[in-house]
Design a protein around this ligand. Structure first.
Ligand SMILES: [Zn+2]
Length: 277
């Protein structure tokens, strides 16, 4: 647990890797998944902010059938995820990506939204370039987060998978050790840096708020016409500007699909996170 708290804080407090308390981490031990609680900040996380969950119960969700309607499915999924918490954890709410964390057989999982990585995941040619640069990584096209994403990945992740790139969202790394996570992350960042035309300019061009790149931009910057006057909104706007610039090295910027923007705007799980933050 000490390791988990330590590396969570380290990555959570680096604004190049994750902003506004976003991102999440987990550890598995003796059939229990310890995953970050929804809405907790990774940079200041304490051991008690992790939610202890029965791994086997959590993975049983993948065998269930859920309704097609977003509202019904998400409500049932939330109830089933909640039921997989260990006794004593009732008051806590796990990260929306808890099930995806459970899918990796490795002990530690790290999920981040680095602007540089999102230059690739939000690039028009992101998938093609990712396959060339990271042939062993899994690429997932933008889809609804939470249940839909985990279900989609459930038959793609194998024991050798240590990297998953999520289009218009971020990256997952999995390893038996925290050092292994660091190696995966630094390896990816240095490969991506080598693709850039030079250093990130001081002054970056404006981005269109009505065309967000990732769920975080929707949650904190809104979808226009003006940027909310909050510190997080300004941080995430700067992040969107960076992604916009980085994405030029990967075929040009590609915003999130309209239907996904709508889904995130109406998703109860995101309004919960926003409220907590
Ligand atoms: Zn994320």
């Amino acid at each position: 647990m000490k390791n988990l708290v330590e590396f969570s804080r380290k990555y959570g407090s680096d604004p190049e890797l994750v902003l506004a308390g976003g991102g999440n981490t987990s550890m598995k031990e003796n059939g229990v998944l310890y995953v970050k609680g929804s809405g907790c900040s990774l940079s200041t996380i304490e051991a008690e902010n992790f939610v202890a969950m029965d791994l086997e119960e959590l993975l049983k969700i993948l065998e269930k059938e859920y309704p097609a309607s977003d509202r019904e499915r998400e409500a049932m999924f939330l109830a089933d995820v909640s039921a997989a918490k260990l006794p004593g954890e009732e008051e806590k709410r796990p990260s929306v990506e808890a099930l995806l964390h459970a899918l990796f057989p490795q002990r530690y999982v790290l999920h981040l939204h680095p602007a540089l990585v999102n230059g690739l995941t939000c690039g028009v040619d992101g998938e093609k370039i990712a396959k060339e640069l990271f042939p062993d990584a899994i690429w997932v096209n933008a889809c609804k987060p939470g249940y839909t994403l985990a279900k989609l990945l459930s038959d793609k992740i194998n024991p050798e998978t240590d990297t998953v790139l999520l289009q218009n969202h971020g990256v997952f790394f999995a390893s038996q050790t925290p050092e292994g996570l660091e190696e995966l992350l630094q390896g990816m960042l240095s490969v991506l840096k080598a693709q850039l035309p030079g250093e990130l300019p001081e002054v970056l061009e404006d981005v269109d708020l009505s065309k967000p790149f990732t769920p975080d931009h929707i949650v904190y910057c809104g979808v226009g016409p003006t940027l909310p006057e909050t510190a997080n909104a300004h941080l995430l706007y700067r992040d969107a500007q960076k992604i916009n610039w980085y994405a030029k090295a990967f075929g040009g910027p590609l915003p999130l699909k309209k239907e996904l923007v709508e889904f995130i705007l109406n998703w109860e799980a995101e309004s919960y996170r926003k409220k907590k933050a």
